[in-house]
Design a protein around this ligand. Sequence first.
Ligand SMILES: [Mn+2]
Length: 428
Amino acid sequence: MRVTQEQIQNHNESVAGSHERVFSALAEQIGGQGKDVKKMISQIAAFQVAVPSWALGAGGTRFGRFSIGGEPGTLEEKIEDVGLLHALNRSSGAISLHIPWDIPEDTAAIRRLADEHGLVFDAMNSNTFQDQTGQNCSYKFGSLSHTDAAVRKQAIEHNIEVIRYGEALGSKALTVWLADGSDFPGQQNLRKALGRTRESLEQIYEELPADWRILIEYKPYEPNFYSMVIPDWGTSFLLASKLGEKASTLVDLGHHLPNTNIEQIVATLMMENKLGGFHFNDSKYGDDDLTTGSVKPFQLFLIFNELIEGFKNTIETLTADVAWMIDASHNVKDPLEDLLQSVEAIKTAFAKALLVDRTKLTEAQETNDPALAQEVLQDAFQTDVRPLLREARIQSKGAANPIHLYRDLQVREQLIKERGTQTVATGL
Ligand SMILES: [Mn+2]
């Protein structure tokens, strides 16, 4: 199914009057604060967030999975779904694939299809956290860190294969997330496991094309509950520093212990030029799969506040410099609606951070005035920027209200008609 420009146009005309009223009031208010509204809108419009291929079907927990019907059963259908999202919000112009869940049989045809939908291929993701049928060695006790050289070799070769697929598709990055670790004290020699991981990563790094990057993700626990080989940003940063310029750290918002100051990690990585990318999601306790901004929108704003401070002169190239991706997959919402909400939350935080009065904030910081600093941040955070995002979408030929239009057009019902109720998207 495709959403046509005519359908979007009709929808936008139906809300034009009410949108115009709130937008001009907000534009006047922001303009009055000395901000260039036009420039802000073009920055918001340019900001693209990649959608992972595994977020398009219903997620599951280890207790169960509830199909939503009409899920994409093939890579082509996954591209079609991201194309739908992008047509609606004009902000999801990239897809991130996972090998072996999304092996492209005909890379040229897949690339053409993505191009037709206005999509590019974001970072490629390898998978050495589960065994595939016919695989020689098992990853039960790790992959790149495994005690057995044969297992490490298999995992290294898999990562190189993922790079080759990515090259054929025009991707420019490989994201490595390792489930490696141990469940029990004493199970693993912690120092040796990290050393072996580093050696394996070095071999993968050697195979990276000149214009590629490797992004190293970290996670404090799960699936291993005593130790993870790359548990935190410091370990990822250490590995990325040892590997070289093409290696950097990937921050998955859900991969932190409760109350971790993620914005400070982001600032530190930017200072060292090692911030490679994001996986956006949210969490309340320890889960990393809730909709971005659904639980902690203020934290998301503070992260973007640091990002804009760090990238202030290059906001236009943010999409090129950093890999922005959603990484969430839960059990209860229509995943396409969930992704529209996630992108909206990310861009809302971005827009609010653009509103921060940087001169005043610097002044508050330099004069040690925490009350003033709070005022400055709250002035931006409490501003309802939704009309700005809507205007950016309308100007980009997207829908004023993507979820309203999605429901009006009965997209899910159409997808169920086309694909049936029993399809299951590949993934966990
Ligand atoms: Mn992730």
